[in-house]
Design a protein around this ligand. Structure first.
Ligand SMILES: [Zn+2]
Ligand SMILES: [Zn+2]
Length: 138
């Protein structure tokens, strides 16, 4: 999902986000990876070459990106918030050995019948989380 710098700038502008170096760096980092990193992992990645980012700036950049819908939170483990720049509808697989998280295309499953829900519940969205063992751990 690697994107050109000006594509990223235009995407941010199209969402009426002021383009700051931090927002750019955080979004570019997320677009390059598919491992659903935590804020801490993004921070350490960004600081590998030049330690210029702080935890607060990474968090506030993530917050801004999330508010305009360019980034979403992925909550697969209790108390751990991960981030995903893939905002298309998709499901997730999580390996319980190594913890790797992989995107599963939306059409992996036949559509789920939400009519089975009890009366009174209005479903708005859902996604499937598949847990198991990945091919590298088996
Ligand atoms: Zn694994
Ligand atoms: Zn994902």
């Amino acid at each position: 999902m690697k994107k050109e710098a000006n594509t990223i700038v235009n995407t941010l502008k199209a969402k009426k986000l002021r383009v700051t170096p931090q927002r750019f760096a955080v979004y570019a980092n997320l677009l390059e990876r598919t491992d659903h990193p935590t804020a801490e992992q993004i921070l350490s990645d960004l600081n590998q070459n030049a330690p210029t980012s702080s935890q607060a700036t990474v968090y506030s950049a993530l917050q801004a990106l999330r508010e305009v819908g360019l980034v979403r939170e992925v909550l697969l483990e209790p108390g751990i918030c991960r981030y995903d720049a893939n905002i298309e509808a998709h499901h997730h697989f999580r390996c319980r050995c190594c913890g790797v998280i992989e995107d599963l295309p939306w059409d992996t499953f036949e559509s789920i019948n939400l009519k089975g829900l009890r009366q009174g519940i209005k479903a708005e969205r859902y996604e499937v989380i598949v847990e198991g063992i990945c091919d590298r751990c088996e």
